[in-house]
Design a protein around this ligand. Structure first.
Ligand SMILES: [Zn+2]
Length: 307
């Protein structure tokens, strides 16, 4: 089995501020650890291609997408804040289009190759972006674009999206809340930004809010109890993963205490579920993870777990 890594140098064009945690160095940190990991014999690196407007329109309001294109800053020092956390500078739109497009590339890869898995090392992240709102560092909802593309492009009926970022994937939930073709499973610290998800009532949304201070044993127990039977029952044709690593003990964006071994474990479990239900088809896309060292190590642990 092989894992294809999709990324693009344009994903580093998106620069916020010197002190902003969602910075280009995140992708460099992942790449450094991949090189150190000795995994090159099972990894294939490919350049992502950009999403089209039609790809975005499947999950975002047309007016929202066109507004971002119309407002794109052109001068080097020009930028606009789309929300208090989310900046659009001259390289942002291009980075966001390649981040969103990478999910399509990865879906094509796993749908057409035998027993293939894929990881998209891209930024900006996506899971907070709703149908009509940029928020929480996210412009386009990358994982939602990938899910909608898969359902549009291939003869499949059910996609499971698993989101283990420490923040609730409110944008993904918003986009698919009325769409029974998508099972959405999210674990997150609660209360914490964006303060959503704890009260969602839907048979195809499985939210697992957990208190600050949560350790891996507790997190594993809850997601195993809540997510795995739901995934078995749903029997997905494809598994997509919003892979956020900001629940790591060393990541001060939140107060979870997960470690590399927890990311290795969830990758193994999701890989087994993918093998059981959907010919091993699994695509993971980077969401959060802001401590550079912990992020790089966690991505490697996750990829080893997929194997
Ligand atoms: Zn996050």
């Amino acid at each position: 089995m092989a894992i294809t890594i999709f990324s693009h140098s344009y994903c580093s064009l998106h620069k916020v501020t010197e002190v902003h945690p969602e910075r280009p160095a995140r992708l460099g940190a992942i790449n450094d650890q991949l090189i150190r990991s000795g995994m090159e014999y099972v990894l294939t690196q490919k350049d992502a291609t950009p999403a089209s407007k039609d790809d975005l329109y499947r999950v975002h309001d047309i007016a929202y997408v066109n507004d971002l294109f119309a407002r794109e800053p052109q001068a080097d020092d020009d930028h606009i804040w789309l929300d208090p956390d989310t900046l659009m500078g001259p390289g942002t739109l291009r980075a966001a289009l390649y981040a969103a497009g990478s999910g399509k590339n990865a879906v094509d890869e796993v749908m057409t190759a035998e027993n293939a898995k894929a990881f998209c090392a891209v930024r900006p992240p996506g899971h907070h972006a709703t149908a009509n709102q940029a928020m929480g560092f996210c412009l386009f909802n990358n994982i939602a674009v990938a899910a909608a593309y898969a359902l549009h492009q291939y003869p499949i009926e059910r996609v499971a999206i698993i989101d283990f970022d420490v923040h609730h994937g409110n944008g993904t939930e918003d986009i698919f809340l009325q769409d029974e073709r998508v099972l959405f499973c999210s674990s997150f610290q609660h209360p914490l930004y964006p303060d959503t998800g704890a009260d969602t009532m839907s048979p195809h949304v499985i939210n697992v809010p957990l208190a600050a201070g949560c350790y891996g044993t507790e997190w594993r127990q809850h997601v195993a109890e809540r997510w795995f039977p739901a995934i078995d029952h749903f029997a997905p044709d494809l598994i997509l993963v919003s892979a956020g690593f900001d629940g790591h003990l060393e990541d001060d964006m939140a107060q979870f205490n997960l470690v590399e071994d927890d990311y290795h474990w969830i990758a193994q479990e999701l890989s087994n579920l993918a093998n059981q239900h959907c010919h091993g088809r699994l695509v993971a896309m980077l969401e959060g993870g802001y401590n550079l060292s912990a992020l790089g190590r966690s991505v490697v642990a996750f990829l080893k777990g997929l194997l």
